[in-house]
Design a protein around this ligand. Sequence first.
Ligand code: ZN
Length: 390
Amino acid sequence: MLKLIQNVKVYAPEYLGLQDVLLCDSRIFKIAEHIPAVEAYGVEVLDGSQKLLFPGFIDCHVHILGGGGEGSYHTRTPEIMLTDITLGGVTTVVGCLGTDGTTRSMASLLAKARGLEEEGITTYIYTGSYQVPIRTLTGNIVDDLILIDKVVGCGEVAVSDHRSSQPTREDFAKIAGDTRVGGILSGKAGLVNVHMGDGKRRLSYLRYVVEETEIPSSNMLPTHINRSVVLLEDAVDYAKTLGGYVDLTTSSDPDFLEEDEVKASTGLRMMLEQGVPENQITFSSDGQGSMPLFDKEGEFQGLGVGKVTSLYREVRDAVRTEGVNLTQALRTITSNPAALLKLERKGRIAAGMDADLVLVEENTMEIDTVIARGEIMVQDGKAIRKGTFQ
Ligand SMILES: [Zn+2]
């Protein structure tokens, strides 16, 4: 099956100018200034004029199985549905467990990831949850990485948080070491996704690993670093002095941020201004986790669910409100997570890459079309392919 996107401004994520992009089955086949639509080949033509073409977005931290439960059982959040993901332009997700590694299991997480893949997107998972020792599928982290294709790392391991298992920094270094070795032996990233709480130890465990062991900073990605100004400042220092990678969480209520919380788009601008290299910053949504909701007066209304759609919202806000360069903003959800997760066919627009693409309106930057592995999931801003139970 051939699809041809004509006359579109391509951000790969770097700007490639006005191009035609030909897709063949699940891959990008060719990019050129003019590719004729040969009727005999049954090419489906998509008009890209007045539109921008981006790589499909990568969300490297989503509670696909549901999360929460921190206000007792009734606050466990529901499983994610396919269109919760695709309507946000996301074509690759990494699923994870969170606080609850008891009523949510690795087996269920793996099955959910496989289900979403069958429905058309690309999925991976981290092994473990907040808890230490890590509860894995096979008995240990290294074996999970080697034996289970979808496992690309470990997480989200909680540190500097009252909900963490309070591992010592040596415990934490061992987790990073095992994850790295499992990654090396399986040709995967071996990334530890680290949940950062608001505790005073901040990023000290990650500094310990980089400074006192042989494990490189590219094996760890601390997330929620925009939960407070103090933590964000520590993350800036960690990124600049130790070459650390840092992740900002996008799913907060933009009108009523929690005290001291920094909106991801604002955090991105601040980090770039302070000289953090642009390839060391990623965004993730924390989608489907529980999240406090407020009314217009700022009164607590109860719990809601974090949205994957916040991922691109923050990229768009970074460009339109914060004045961040479009390519720099896009990197946080395309080429940067792809490189860190070693997803070789993801996160870029080039011949041979997976045909994961997002078309947005040039004027409004609203999502128009989402293509995952060559199949149209969203068209005219509406989901045309739905999940099994939607
Ligand atoms: Zn978390």
